[in-house]
Structures are given as structure tokens and as C-alpha cells.
Design a protein around this ligand. Structure first.
Ligand SMILES: Cc1cc2nc3c(=O)[nH]c(=O)nc-3n(C[C@H](O)[C@H](O)[C@H](O)COP(=O)(O)O)c2cc1C
Ligand code: SF4
Length: 482
């Protein structure tokens, strides 16, 4: 992952923890309503893909174990990882694109309810994404994948060459000469791997996204509702389809790109269709970016505009992440796909302990505060979720008291210690296993390996009955808190 050039090393500092008595009067442990859904506390475990599903996208025993473990820590809400809304093979990514996924998701909802003693509400993050392919072997790219065009022939002065000769010639050219002959898209396919964009209007399935996506999201939400999941988080963040519609880089000419109003159009149409389908009694919100953190991307001003539109449309919560884009992703190795968390924007999404003058903790706080102030100022009470390096009670409580956010999300801190909110609430903050923000977990995620935390995955490996990772070296679930 990209690291800021300053390379300043930070140690997490969780600060002081409350006694059980103090926790009882803490805002963090006070209830909040997400529209029709009441949370017992303002504590939130955001979506994290742990690579526990299977090639068919079903809820497996490992998926159940993963969420059960978080539920034992009784947070106010858990958001199930990004879950695909289409019925297409998506590798081991959880899916909700057909009714056959409902029974597994129902079991998951029951598991969380039972493990949390009914204290945790369960949401699911629903996602659409466009095709991305692995970076090809250059030999194969030139011999098989590249479509030879008149432009290539013209630039090579090779109008009468047979195609095979052009392919062989291109394969032998130095990079600099290829820059002159191939188009930008062809160079990207060669060097990064083919990737579709929402602006690829020549592709019928991309052109038709505004006609297709509202119903796909609506049916996914209906299934979540039927499975007994308490709410849905529409994934409008990071590198995926809906975030790409919102992005300042979206120049679609069909009324769904260009200015902010046009970029927000499809996300609003999706939400309204979802709402019509499941009604006012079901909790529906979204996750989007406080800042895309890329050159020419959305800034907090854009996010503020979107937040007010989403609140006005009647979303039940707004969860703000930042960065995580393909636009500045590192070049992957041959055979690997580009990953949106490997560049500077990826760092902003999941800042590690090696950082710049600001440091890795709370980078999202002020942008979120600005967004919440705009939502409040426009007369909406839509709760706002903040995340980003939050790992201590005082920090969380101060944010709430200062009115900078309504709900506190912690992804990696919850992974490091799934019981951390519970420990704080019970006055046992000294027992919290504090995340070190090494991003070991994210490294596993990048390689699509089962995600674990380095602070616990080698502990008590001899414990009877525990499940180990495919490599047999790591436990898959944090040890129980006794
Ligand atoms: C292993 C891992 C998987 C993640 N998967 C998702 C995901 O499915 N959807 C999402 O919106 N964010 C995902 N994230 C980002 C987190 O939800 C969160 O925004 C980010 O880690 C920053 O919060 P933190 O500093 O509390 O960890 C993931 C993060 C990690 C570490
Ligand atoms: S591996 Fe554990 S300690 Fe390291 S960043 Fe992830 S959750 Fe935190």
C-alpha cells in the first residue's frame, strides 16, 4: 500500500476509558434512531470483506462464525460486507442477487440476533461493480486480447501486413513506442488490466445502467428485508459503480454525468425505487465518500451537496468513508487485478501507522463534521456515521458531544478486538486489544486471503475445535473474551 513520504510512525493512543458507571451516561452508549430502526447504542462495525464466502456467493459456516464473533461484542450495528446485487459469478464475494440467497442470509440474521442477545441490529451493504480483469501477460495480450485496428496499421505504416505480423511486431516494441501506437484504454488494459468505467457509453450494458440498477438494488433490498436483516446500506463509496456515477470524473452525456445534480441523479433514482419497493418501514441509507482523494475527484463540497440531497430524499442514515479509488491504484503484478486501496486514495481510506504530519487517526473527522453541519443546517436529522482510525472511548465520545457525528464506526479496531465496545461499556477498557494500524489485515484482503488480525491470529492455536485458515497457520476468529 502507498505510504505518505514523510514516513512518520504513530502509536495508537486510546486515552482513558470510562468506568461502568461513566459508560452508562456516555453518549456513545445511548440509543439513536435510523429512521424506522432503533439502535441501542451509537457503536457501529462497518462493512469489511473477510473472504469467508464461497465461489457461489453463499453464507457459509465461516461467514456465520465471523459475524457471530462481532455480535458477541454487542455493538449497536454491524454492517455485513459488500454483497453483490447481481446473479453472476463474483469469486468468493457474498451475493444477494437471487432469492436462493435468502435462507443463508436469514440464518446469518438469526445468528447475529442470538449471539448479541438481540442487542445488535444487522445491516447489509449492497454493491454493484463493473468488470475488471487481471493484468495480462504482455505476450498473451498482444497475441490474443488486443483487437488490431486501422489506427494501429496506420501508425505502424503496415496497411498490408498480416495481423499476425502486427501482433508480433507490437510485442517486441519498447514501452515508449507503444505509448505512441496504442490508445489510452489499450495501454491501460496492457499495464493495469482491462477495466470498465461508467463512461464507457459504447458498451450497451454500461449505457443501460440507469435503467437496470434501480430494480437490481430494489430486489436486493427486498431480499435483505425478507431475510430478517434490519436494514440496507447502499454502497455508493470507493471504486464501484454508484460511486463512479457520483464522481467528478463522471462525464456521461446522457443526463447522468457532468454537474453534481446529474451525477446524483442515478443514486437518487436507485434510492427512490428501493424505497418504493420496501416502503417507509425498512431502514435504507448509504455509504459514500467525504472526499475521493484523487486528482480531479469529488471534494468535501461535493459530498456536502450529495449528503443534503440524500437526506432530503429520505435516507435513514449517511455513512461516510473516504478515498479507495482505482484512479490512483498501483500497477498490479501480471496475473493480478488492480486494487483500489493501493494508492494515495487507498491510504486515505485505511490509513496505516506510517503517516504524514496529520497522522492516521481521525482524518475523516472534520470533513464529516462539515457534512453533518450542512445536513443539520438544511433541517434534516439524518444520522451521520463517521469512521477512520477511531480506537478510543474519549475520542469517540468527544466527537459525539461536539456534534461532529451521530454514530461511531470502527472497522479495524473492531477486527483487532470484536469485544472492544462491550469492554468499554462494562468499564473494562484496560482489557481492549488496541489496533496498531499495521494494515496486515488489509494486506490479506488485497490478496483475497481470509482476513484475520495479527494481534490474535496466532494465539491459542491449540484450542480444541478452532478453525484455521487455508494455509493452516492462522486462527480465523478472535479468541473468546473470558
Ligand atoms: C479487511 C477490510 C475489508 C473492508 N471491506 C469493506 C467493504 O466491504 N465495504 C466498505 O465500504 N469498506 C470496507 N472496508 C473499509 C472499512 O469499512 C473502513 O471504512 C476502513 O477500514 C476505515 O475505518 P477504520 O479506520 O475504522 O478501519 C474494509 C476494510 C478492511 C480493513
Ligand atoms: S491486522 Fe489487526 S492490528 Fe493490524 S491493522 Fe488490522 S486490525 Fe489493526
Amino acid at each position: 500500500m502507498w505510504k505518505p513520504p514523510e514516513r512518520i510512525k504513530y502509536k495508537p493512543d486510546p486515552g482513558s476509558s470510562p468506568t461502568a458507571e461513566e459508560a452508562r451516561s456516555a453518549l456513545l452508549f445511548s440509543p439513536v434512531k435510523l429512521g424506522p430502526l432503533a439502535l441501542e447504542q451509537r457503536t457501529w462495525v462497518p462493512a469489511m470483506v473477510p473472504w469467508r464466502s464461497n465461489e457461489d456467493g453463499f453464507v457459509t459456516d465461516d461467514v456465520l462464525d465471523w459475524y457471530e464473533r462481532f455480535a458477541k461484542g454487542q455493538p449497536g450495528a454491524i454492517v455485513i460486507e459488500a454483497t453483490g446485487i447481481r446473479d453472476i459469478p463474483s469469486g468468493p464475494l457474498l451475493r444477494i442477487g437471487d432469492d436462493r440467497f435468502i435462507p443463508g442470509l436469514k440464518e446469518l440474521a438469526d445468528t447475529v440476533r442470538s449471539a448479541s442477545d438481540g442487542k445488535t441490529r444487522l445491516l447489509i451493504q449492497v454493491i454493484d461493480f463493473l468488470t475488471i480483469r487481471r493484468r495480462p501477460d504482455p505476450g498473451k495480450y498482444f497475441s490474443r486480447f488486443l483487437a488490431i485496428t486501422d489506427s494501429h496499421r496506420e501508425k505502424l505504416s503496415a496497411s498490408d501486413w498480416p495481423e499476425e505480423r502486427i501482433r508480433a511486431h507490437l510485442a517486441g516494441l519498447p514501452e515508449k513506442e507503444l505509448d505512441e501506437i496504442l490508445t489510452g484504454a489499450e495501454l491501460e488494459s496492457l499495464r493495469m488490466g482491462y477495466r470498465e468505467r461508467v463512461t464507457d457509453m459504447h458498451l450497451p450494458h454500461v449505457k443501460d445502467l440507469p435503467q437496470v440498477l434501480p430494480e437490481l438494488f430494489a430486489q436486493a433490498t427486498r431480499r435483505a428485508c425478507e431475510a430478517g436483516i434490519d436494514g440496507v446500506e447502499l454502497h455508493y463509496a470507493h471504486a464501484y459503480t454508484m460511486a463512479s456515477f457520483l464522481s467528478a470524473t463522471n462525464t456521461r452525456p446522457d443526463g447522468y454525468g457532468g454537474g453534481r445534480e446529474q451525477r446524483a441523479r442515478l443514486p437518487l433514482e436507485v434510492f427512490r425505487h428501493v424505497r418504493r419497493t420496501v416502503g417507509e418501514d425498512y431502514c435504507v441509507g448509504c455509504r459514500f465518500l467525504s472526499d475521493e482523494c484523487i486528482d480531479g475527484g469529488n471534494t468535501v463540497d461535493d459530498a456536502t451537496y450529495f449528503a443534503v440531497q440524500f437526506a432530503r430524499a429520505g435516507m435513514d442514515f449517511l455513512s461516510l468513508s473516504r478515498g479507495g479509488k482505482f484512479d490512483d491504484a498501483k500497477q498490479p503484478l501480471v496475473g493480478w487485478a488492480a486494487y483500489p486501496y493501493t494508492g494515495r486514495s487507498g491510504y486515505e481510506c485505511m490509513p496505516g501507522y506510517i503517516s504524514d504530519d496529520f497522522g492516521p487517526f481521525g482524518r475523516n473527522v472534520e470533513p464529516v463534521a462539515q457534512i453533518k453541519a450542512a445536513v443539520d443546517g438544511a433541517g434534516y436529522a439524518t444520522p451521520v456515521v463517521v469512521i477512520g482510525g477511531i480506537h478510543g472511548f474519549q475520542q469517540a465520545e468527544d466527537l459525539l458531544r461536539q456534534g461532529k457525528a451521530d454514530i461511531i464506526g470502527a472497522a479495524r479496531q473492531s477486527l483487532a478486538d470484536p469485544d472492544w465496545y462491550l469492554k468499554l461499556r462494562l468499564g473494562k477498557g484496560d482489557q481492549v486489544r488496541v489496533c496498531e494500524y499495521t494494515n496486515y489485515c488489509e494486506g490479506l484482503d488485497t490478496k483475497h486471503k481470509q482476513v484475520t488480525c495479527q494481534l490474535w491470529d496466532r494465539l491459542q492455536l491449540d484450542e480444541p475445535g478452532i478453525k484455521l485458515s487455508v494455509d493452516g497457520r492462522r486462527r480465523l476468529i478472535a479468541p473468546e473474551w473470558k
